[in-house]
Design a binder for this molecule. Structure first.
Ligand SMILES: [Zn+2]
Length: 310
């Protein structure tokens, strides 16, 4: 997946240095031991909601109880209504929680191996654990998270073979998708794609990798949306999210070339209704990203630490 995020692909270099080392360490220290330092990250996910909520949960209720019916009908009534309104704002649905967690993953704020602690997330989002469980259940269903018996759910850490499988699937789907969009694109749809690229460019110029990453991934999802095929949209969301996780885990630290112009070139081909070129550009784009990763085969047997540090 998974990722909603950036062409995760085109922008991998931007986030590489900041995310990879930390993610790998997290993967080793967190996923394997279950002590993921992600609680801090989880707090970040809900920090805005917490800050926005401001008032305490109990204060307005106590004040109302101690007040006479007359006062309640007078000055305190608006406050009560305000408290209720605040409470409504503080209660996101399981879908919204799912989106928030997905966004955090796409923005590399919740790297592979991060434990998704149900109780803490419930507190952060100020919802019941049932809602959080539903949101995590969807992540597990989409393979963005993995349930480990007796330990809980963790942000998935795709293996190198799974990473290859994800790119294999993308190469099968997206060139044909690009071809289809090129054949049918309207001027309005091209304008939509151009506007998106402008947002990517602006984010890149401002040097904000956390904005670039989701935007790049959304470009691919936008293409799926323009095809009008809801199944493709869902599939691309899942593949983009997985790709985001894969890039965090396997991005090559010495890779410096980022195909920043791939998306604009693709839109040029779509605007010209050049279906063959659009398909070819998409294929090259995906191949480039995959080849820039270090998808090494899993280690056979135990590592000889003495020889590593000799
Ligand atoms: Zn891309």
């Amino acid at each position: 997946m998974l990722q909603t995020g950036a062409c995760v692909i085109a922008t991998r270099c931007v986030a590489r240095r900041t995310s990879r080392r930390g993610a790998q360490k997290m993967n080793q220290d967190g996923a394997r031991t279950g002590k993921a330092a992600t609680v801090k990250e989880a707090k970040k996910v809900g920090a805005a909601a917490k800050i926005a909520s401001g008032t305490t949960k109990t204060a307005p209720v106590k004040a109302t109880r101690k007040t006479s019916a007359k006062k309640e009908a007078g000055t305190l009534a608006p406050r009560t209504r305000a408290a209720r309104a605040t409470k409504e704002v503080k209660q996101p649905s399981s879908d919204e929680i799912h989106e928030r967690i997905m966004s955090a993953i796409m923005e590399h704020k919740l790297p592979p191996g991060t434990q998704l602690v149900e109780e803490r997330l419930a507190r952060i989002f100020n919802v019941s654990r049932t809602k959080v469980r539903e949101a995590i259940g969807r992540l597990v269903h989409d393979q963005i998270a993995t349930n480990i018996p007796n330990r809980g759910a963790f942000v998935s850490s795709p293996t190198s073979q799974e990473a290859r499988d994800v790119f294999f699937a993308r190469r099968l789907i997206e060139p044909t998708l690009a071809r289809s969009v090129a054949m049918s694109a309207t001027p309005q749809q091209v304008a939509q794609l151009r506007a998106h690229i402008k947002r990517e460019h602006t984010a890149r110029s401002s040097g904000a990798p956390h904005e670039i990453i989701p935007l790049s991934g959304e470009f691919h999802i936008l293409l799926a949306q323009l095809s009008g095929n809801s199944f493709l949209v869902r599939t691309l969301r899942e593949l983009e999210s997985l790709t985001a996780l894969i890039i965090i885990l396997y991005d090559a630290p010495d890779e410096h070339h980022c195909p920043y112009d791939d998306h604009p070139l693709l839109v040029d081909a779509i605007e010209a209704h050049d279906a063959d070129r659009a398909a070819e550009l998409m294929l090259r784009h995906l191949e480039h990203v995959e080849h820039s990763l270090k998808l090494e085969p899993p280690v056979a047997g135990e590592i000889d630490l003495e020889s590593v540090f000799a």
